[in-house]
Design a protein around this ligand. Structure first.
Ligand code: DXP
Ligand SMILES: NCC(=O)COP(=O)(O)O
Length: 282
């Protein structure tokens, strides 16, 4: 069991949303199988997107992040984009401070394409993990992983630079087993498999085929000695088969569907449901 996560709540516990005591006040120890589960990092992009509809500070990205952490999320993820259409540069230090001051055992993951501004932000904040994503400003969301062979000369020094600053570096890759060995060659610590084709697939037979590609890539990562993350369009329904098929899956980052579920259940309860879908006994 991970240090500091023993005060996480179980689903159905009563708590005052957003209160300092939160879920943590009356929770018991988590079962030992916590270490065998994928860890949940809550992506706050969708919350920031909602806030940005108005020139007002609510809903508070930091406040919702706090609720997610109180509910036992292992970490927070942000994916700032150059146009700041959701996460703003000013959100990032606030979230880093939240974790450092109130949840020092949790992780902060910053995702994005390492342009000069991104590098400056990441080096100033020094999150636990930086996930490099080959996004273009014209994309509405992330829709592919790195072509590592084509960008080897760019990625290798970038990874080394972030590692020299003490950060764990993950590369966002397509569900393609060949990506694992290449990621290893350029020095990455982990890969994050782009699960969009699996998560967004509505045909069960096709989805089984997409899952097989993700699993093959995850197994190739394990064989290459890399840590394994996954993310994009993961939901309460498609997460359990993924976690069951990849026992070495270290982390999933989830935002879009989890935020939708939070509208129904509240953020705290949604996090508990996703932790359960990650394999935890809540
Ligand atoms: C890399 C990845 O899959 C996520 O970070 C995703 O890009 C979230 O970004 P949006 O919330 O902007 O879609
Ligand atoms: N890295 C994936 C992520 O952070 C969230 O993706 P999504 O759940 O918003 O599709």
């Amino acid at each position: 069991m991970e240090a500091g996560l023993d005060a996480s709540p179980r689903r159905g516990q009563k708590y005052a949303p957003g209160s300092a005591e939160g879920f943590a006040a009356d929770a018991g120890a988590l079962p030992d199988d916590r270490a065998m589960t994928a860890k949940l990092s809550v992506n706050l992009n969708a919350i920031a997107y909602l806030r940005n509809r108005r020139d007002l500070p609510w809903p508070s990205v930091t406040g919702i992040g706090r609720i997610a952490l109180e509910a036992g999320a292992h970490g927070l993820t942000v994916h700032p984009r150059p146009d700041e259409r959701h996460i703003r540069r000013s959100d990032v230090p606030e979230l880093a401070k939240l974790i450092a001051d109130e949840f020092p055992d949790r992780e902060f993951n910053i995702e994005g394409n390492p342009d000069a501004r991104f590098i400056e932000t990441v080096e100033a904040i020094r999150p636990t993990q930086v996930t490099l994503v080959p996004d273009d400003i014209r994309q509405s969301t992330s829709d592919h992983g790195w072509d590592i062979a084509a960008h080897r000369d760019f990625l290798q020094p970038m990874i080394a630079r972030f590692q020299a600053a003490g950060l764990r570096v993950s590369l966002f890759v397509d569900p393609d087993p060949a990506a694992a060995a290449l990621a290893r060659e350029v020095g990455a610590d982990r890969i994050e498999i782009f699960t969009g084709p699996y998560g967004g697939c509505l045909d069960p037979a096709e989805q089984a085929g997409e899952l097989a590609k993700v699993v093959a890539t995850g197994n190739a990562a394990r064989d290459a000695g890399l840590g394994l993350n996954a993310g994009h369009d993961l939901t309460l329904d498609n997460l359990p088969p993924l976690v069951a098929a990849l026992p070495h899956l270290a982390e999933v980052s989830i935002g879009h569907a989890l935020t939708g579920d939070a509208l129904r259940f509240g953020m705290g309860d949604a996090v508990l449901r996703y932790r359960e879908a990650c394999g935890e006994t809540i």
